[in-house]
Design a protein around this ligand. Structure first.
Ligand SMILES: [Zn+2]
Length: 184
């Protein structure tokens, strides 16, 4: 049985960079990776890392059916922005791993900047065969696990994750910021 793996990390931890490296590793052995990113998070049909590297990718949205994807010649399915998967899509990806024998590697955030667990992340945390963490650090030097919004004019939805609107912080700094904000 192939595995479904969820690799999570805070913003700017390098999740997309890792994904692109894994895709490259498969291709270097002549194996075909199938890369997906979320509609609206793509860069003109590409999956782009903040380090500047990118590759053409498939686009998924909430209605996308992974079960309809032809996977007979696919060695691995790689999904960026996996927090935006629906519960059903995560189940379908489990079906692909378990029944079709294609490994699925998902990369995403656990929580929004408001500390809400995303639907896709919740399902992945519960169902993945393996959980991996990519770490990054807060400005104070501790491990960053939360996102702090730095663009006040940004939207208020959890899904609003524009790349330049947030920084990753540790939980202590997150509480300091949010508790301070609520008092004003
Ligand atoms: Zn901190």
């Amino acid at each position: 049985m192939a595995k479904l793996i969820f690799t999570y990390g805070a913003m700017n931890a390098g999740k997309t960079t890792y994904l692109l490296q894994v895709a490259h590793n498969y291709e270097s052995w002549g194996l075909k990776p199938l890369v997906f990113t979320y509609e609206g998070c793509d860069d003109k049909g590409s999956c782009r890392s903040r380090l500047g590297i990118s590759r053409k990718s498939e686009i998924f949205n909430k209605e996308y059916s992974f079960l309809d994807v032809e996977v007979s010649n696919v060695a691995v399915i790689l999904i960026d922005e996996a927090q935006f998967l629906t519960n059903k899509q995560v189940f379908d990806l489990c079906r692909i791993a378990s029944l079709k024998g294609v490994p699925v590697m998902c990369y995403g955030l656990r929580t929004s900047w408001q500390a809400h667990v995303f639907e896709g992340s919740s399902a992945l945390l519960g169902l993945a065969d393996e959980l991996r963490e990519i770490r990054t650090i807060c400005k104070c030097g501790k491990k960053a696990t939360m996102a702090r919004r730095i663009a006040p004019s940004a939207g208020t939805a959890d899904e609003d994750i524009g790349q330049d609107k947030y920084v990753s912080v540790c939980r202590k700094c997150w509480f300091t910021y949010h508790d301070g904000e609520e008092q004003t």
